[in-house]
Design a protein around this ligand. Structure first.
Ligand SMILES: Cc1cc2nc3c(=O)[nH]c(=O)nc-3n(C[C@H](O)[C@H](O)[C@H](O)COP(=O)(O)OP(=O)(O)OC[C@H]3O[C@@H](n4cnc5c(N)ncnc54)[C@H](O)[C@@H]3O)c2cc1C
Length: 336
């Protein structure tokens, strides 16, 4: 494994979304050689517009990606299309990252920013509308459907909280009981906020002219809505980390498992594995683009600091060894 024929970088970044590119930008500006391996499907790719990202509100996710890539490449960073499938720890403490096409690269440090997969409720036709009018985050999409009929699909405990949130953006909010048994308190809250509750399992979506207009229920009734809100289960794309012995773990909110993520230090993204950092949705599923980018930048700075520390240690050892040798030879000259 350790034959050193592969290209080598100070840092290999796996995943080139907001988190990975922000980490890479920090590192290339810190004069580090950086390779970003990216399979090119950021989580928000199904959405036409990205909102709430200061300075780029309303731009497309692709525009952020193109601008971020150009900035990283402008400082000499490299971006390689592909999928990293596994990594091995090398005897020198670095890593060998293997890609799906059989290639491999070396990195002294590893930043994994692979994001997550949104596991969606199994309602026919729902996936095709994801990011268009099947939504989850009111801060990303709420403004665009303000005052319109919004329906929230209940298939677990987050639904009532979601209905309460979306009600803030639209007074025409309906809670579809679907497969979830609503409690008395949930129903009282709905009444208090003017949220209509509709019983019955949702069986499909009604779409006209590429716009959601409603959902159908078992039995054939339809409920009008312009947006359908769901609570995806967040599953970290953690294959590379798992191959190094760092699997994702359950993420619990209010006693309910909302997904799986990889644990890290919240300030730096350092993981339990020496030399491996994470950033963005792979470790923090609730972060939006700005939070993911901030985490990437923080991890980049932490990685650079770690490299500086290692280089300083080596320089000190070399200096001390040189000074000891010089002292030895001086002593030899005097007495020889
Ligand atoms: C439909 C939708 C709309 C959204 N809208 C907004 C919005 O308007 N505003 C907002 O702030 N947030 C929005 N978000 C949230 C936003 O998508 C995330 O916060 C953000 O994408 C997280 O960035 P990230 O870099 O952690 O992950 P990602 O953006 O998902 O990037 C991960 C990258 O890693 C790559 N990758 C994964 N595995 C590998 C691998 N093994 N090898 C190589 N590459 C790999 C992927 O292809 C991808 O390019 C939205 C989310 C969804 C689902």
């Amino acid at each position: 494994m350790d034959n050193a024929t592969e290209e080598s970088f100070d840092v290999v970044v796996v995943g080139g979304g907001a988190a990975g590119l922000a980490g890479a930008l920090t590192l290339v500006r810190a004069r580090r050689s950086v390779l970003v391996i990216d399979s090119g499907s950021p989580r928000n790719a199904p959405a036409a517009h990205m909102h709430g990202y200061l300075g780029m509100d309303g731009e497309s996710p692709a525009a952020l990606s193109a601008r971020g890539r150009a900035e990283v490449e402008g400082y000499g960073g490299r971006i390689r299309p592909g999928t990293a499938v596994a990594a091995d720890r090398l005897s020198d403490g670095g890593f060998l990252v293997r890609c799906g096409d059989g290639s491999a690269v070396r990195g002294r440090r590893l930043l994994v920013a692979t994001g997550l997969v949104d596991e969606l409720p199994a309602v026919p036709g729902l996936r095709a509308r994801w990011g268009k009018d099947v939504l989850h985050c009111p801060y990303c999409h709420g403004w665009e459907v303000r005052d319109e009929p919004v329906a929230v699909l209940a298939d677990g405990p987050p639904a009532v909280h979601q209905a309460q949130m979306w009600r803030h953006w639209s007074a025409h909010t309906t809670l579809l009981a679907h497969t979830w048994r609503l409690g008395a308190e949930d129903r009282e809250l709905a009444v208090a906020l003017g949220i209509r509750v509709v019983e019955g399992e949702v069986t499909g979506l009604v779409v006209a002219d590429d716009r959601l207009t409603g959902v159908t229920l078992a039995g054939g009734a339809a409920v009008e809505c312009r947006a359908l809100v769901v609570a995806p289960r967040f599953t970290a794309r953690s294959g590379v980390l798992t191959s190094l012995g760092l699997p994702a773990t359950d993420m619990v909110r209010d006693g309910h498992v909302i997904g799986r993520s990889v644990e890290s230090d919240p300030a730096t993204g350092a993981t339990a594995l020496r030399g491996v950092w994470v950033a963005g949705n792979v470790t923090a599923p609730l972060e939006k683009v700005s939070g993911a980018a901030a985490q990437g930048a923080q991890a980049g700075a932490a990685i650079n600091a770690d490299l500086i520390e290692a280089e300083t240690r080596r320089a000190l050892e070399a200096h001390r060894a040189g000074a000891a040798a010089a002292a030895g030879s001086a002593a030899g000259t005097v007495h020889g």
